[in-house]
Write a protein that binds this ligand. Structure first.
Ligand code: ARG
Length: 489
């Protein structure tokens, strides 16, 4: 048996079905590059610690460089995973006398945990970049619409007038929380389990800090048993991806509704629309529908991950291999959805005229009218609520005379006798003055929105800087590692 893993303990090769059932080679494509870097950092350290000779180190690194160049296609896919397949290729290239020393002082258990963290942080950085673009796109669009009136909804019923900017910024602020959640998760992903070996570390005098630093990690994980057996970082990221997708699917749902004849608030650009194979007139918002659907895929991946981890005894169990494809899928679907939403929002046609006209439909100004009665006539809000509620049964634009007649019935006096004027009533019924009055922090008044947008842009650039710094730290570490490899050959 030539299988470098099984040849000692096992006397038979697995059948095709058993291979297919147990192999992680397909998902391991995701960690191929990570594995090569991890091998390089580990090999350099082994030589520095005099665990292997400088000569063997140089041969191993030479082989690893060749493997990196030739790519994963040259690996033997009949092995159960990338780690052993890569080691086998190395031995084919440089011989077992040197190549067989690379795996000293480690196990595939710490190796795979390190590779997953390495690859996942790359996904997090790309997703963060793309989320920043989406948040910026929404903020820019909002800046153009601080005076665009629209009806705000509760229970999907017209509720109060607001502006399109206010509505867009609600989504933008939710996405900003996704960004900070992912940054926070990144901090727990970017720590290095390497050197924990199978779970009890190793008797070789390895240096865990040096490998962690070379690979761009912020530090080494402490307990070696925890390091190989924990996948809470996957659960955490999948939860953050799920949250992002839920936020996106809510936006998608609105875009779908708003594209309907009934709303007609927006129109998706043709590039993001589909048509029907039978109904020639159809323009369908399929991209948004798929986004809504794909949120199910991502939440499903989260459910799979958390269930795989439930009840696993310490330390490493092969069940953990089953987790990897779910994190890959959820990261990729989330990132693709974010990019798609950016394109949709960037090219969205907004029917401001319809939004404006609809901003008063359904008596959305009723709350402001009740508030005006409280302020001008001094009656309790609950009583004003009753008066306006009664009026709303028959009209959406009550006159002062109509108000007086209802108040006389309920209170026994006219509100005009208590200071309510025609001008105050028509001011309360005007949607723009409704909005302008909502000047409190977080409210839709254009003056307030302008401040909020300035503050938002400041926060976004601080986040952007943080992300660039995270990115740069990895790039520097890996450039450095490549330099060291070249020097050591
Ligand atoms: N393919 C394995 C995984 O993804 C790598 C670790 C294998 N370790 C083991 N003890 N069989 O988890």
């Amino acid at each position: 048996m030539s299988d470098i893993l099984r040849r000692g303990r096992l006397s038979k090769n697995p059948g095709e079905e058993m291979r297919a059932y147990t192999s992680s080679m397909e998902a391991d494509k995701w960690i191929f590059e990570a594995d090569v870097y991890v091998d390089m950092a580990h090999t350099l350290m082994l030589s520095e610690q005099e665990i292997i000779s400088a000569e063997d180190c140089s041969k191993i690194l030479f082989g690893l460089l060749q493997i990196k160049e030739e790519g994963m296609d040259m690996l033997d896919f009949s092995y159960e995973d990338i780690h052993i397949s890569l080691e086998s290729r190395l031995i084919d290239l440089i011989g077992e006398e040197a190549g067989g020393r690379m795996h000293s002082g480690r196990s595939r258990n710490d190796e795979v945990a390190t590779c997953i963290r390495f690859a996942l942080r790359g996904e997090l950085l790309s997703l963060l970049e793309d989320l920043m673009k989406l948040d910026t796109t929404l903020t820019t669009l909002a800046s153009e619409h601080i005076h665009t009136l629209m009806p705000g909804f509760t229970h999907l019923q017209h509720a109060q007038p607001t502006t399109f900017a206010h509505h867009l910024m609600a989504h933008a602020d939710a996405l900003e929380r996704d960004i900070s959640r992912l940054i926070s998760a990144y901090g727990r992903v970017n720590i290095c389990p390497l050197g924990s070996a199978a779970f009890a570390s190793t008797g070789f005098p390895i240096n865990r800090y040096v490998t962690a630093e070379r690979l761009g990690f912020s530090g080494a994980m402490t307990n070696s048993m925890d390091a190989v057996s924990s996948r809470d970082f996957l659960i955490e990221c999948a939860a953050a991806f799920s949250n992002t997708m839920i936020n996106l699917s809510r936006m998608a749902e609105e875009l779908i509704l708003w594209s309907s004849q009934e709303f007609n608030f927006v129109e998706l650009d043709d590039t993001y629309a589909s048509t029907s194979s039978i109904m020639p007139q159809k323009k369908n918002p399929d991209t948004a529908e798929l986004m809504r659907g794909k949120s199910g895929t991502v939440v499903g991946a989260f459910a799979a991950l958390i269930t795989i981890c439930k009840g696993l005894p310490l330390s490493y169990n092969r069940d953990l291999q089953e987790a990897t494809p779910h994190i890959i899928k959820s990261a990729h679907v989330t990132d693709a959805s974010v990019r798609m939403m950016t394109g949709i929002m960037d090219t969205l046609a907004v029917n401001t005229g319809i939004m404006d006209a609809q901003s008063v439909a359904g008596f959305t100004t009723a709350t402001e009218l009740a508030d005006t009665m409280v302020r001008d006539a001094g009656i309790p809000f609950r009583t004003a609520h009753q008066i306006v509620g009664t009026l709303s049964r028959t009209t959406t634009t009550p006159t002062l005379q109509e108000i007086d007649s209802v108040s006389s019935e309920i209170l026994g006096f006219k509100l005009s006798d208590k200071g309510l004027t025609e001008a105050a009533v028509s001011g309360a019924l005007d949607p723009m003055s409704n909005v302008e009055r909502r000047l409190v922090v977080g409210g839709p008044a254009p003056i307030q929105m302008r401040d909020d947008l300035t503050e938002k842009k400041r926060r976004l650039s601080a986040l952007q800087k943080q992300i660039w710094d995270m990115d740069l730290a990895i790039e520097r570490a890996l450039d450095n590692l490549e330099e060291e490899v070249k020097k050591a050959i």
